[in-house]
Design a protein around this ligand. Structure first.
Ligand code: HEM
Length: 204
């Protein structure tokens, strides 16, 4: 990995490529998630946490195995979401996890930063979702809000610090990072299909 590289004028830098090349996948996933509704319910919130835990669990395990990732993301240890999702659900693990065939496992640091872009970006919608949920009279009930309110006032700074790490990806590896971010959104969509159909009481 070379020092921070600056793209020539007019060339989309990696950050913009990630946002633009994943925007439709993000919108599609967001539109499918019950929590995305204007007036979500407490059960939609619980389902959202269970759905995410089922994917974040296995993919964060895979991220821990990527050699060289910690040197690129020194504060990686503060970014794990699985323990927060487990705490919010008072669960010691997911009741259902995404099958190995679905989980996109990064093979190198460039791909791992693509995966992290999606997992870290998922915290940005948290503030919007919390605002909607707080209007529910019974919120948060028996659930926690550590995942949606992760980083608290530091959310913006944590996101900017993460975006800075993208500067370490050499231009020749940008396709791997963008491809990995897209593969992660696609895997989340596939997991949602499986998750929806394997709900207790749902007969497919
Ligand atoms: C119903 C659910 C969701 C809502 C309402 C939502 C909403 C948002 C909002 C408002 C932003 C932009 C925030 C900003 O620019 O400050 C955002 C960004 C983002 N969200 Fe979501 N989101 C949802 C679900 C997800 C999920 C499940 C993931 C992935 C696990 C995800 C990944 C991302 C990423 C990667 C970004 C960063 C985009 C960028 O600026 O490059 N979102 N989301």
């Amino acid at each position: 990995m070379s020092p921070i590289s600056v793209p020539s004028p007019g060339e989309r830098d990696l950050r913009n490529r990630l946002r633009e090349d994943t925007r439709t996948l993000h919108q599609t996933l967001e539109s499918r998630l019950p929590l995305g509704a204007e007036t979500p319910s407490l059960s939609a919130y619980e389902d959202h946490l269970r759905f995410l835990l089922g994917y974040f669990g296995p993919v964060e395990e895979a991220l821990r195995d990527v050699q060289g990732l910690r040197s690129l993301v020194p504060d990686l240890g503060w970014r794990w979401k699985t323990p927060l999702l487990e705490e919010d659900l008072s669960a010691d693990r997911a009741d259902r996890s995404a099958p190995d065939s679905i989980v996109h496992r990064p093979a190198n640091p460039a791909q791992a930063l693509g995966v992290l872009y999606v997992l870290e970006g998922s915290t940005l919608g948290g503030r919007v979702l919390l605002k909607r949920l707080r209007s529910l009279p019974d919120f948060p009930g028996h659930l926690g809000i550590r995942f949606l309110s992760v980083y608290g006032d530091e959310a913006g700074a944590m996101w900017s610090r993460f975006l800075e790490t993208l500067g370490h990806v050499e231009e020749k590896d940008w396709d791997e990072t963008v491809g990995s971010a897209r593969a992660t959104f696609q895997a989340l969509g596939d997991w949602y299909d499986v998750w929806e159909n394997s709900r207790p009481g749902v007969t497919s």
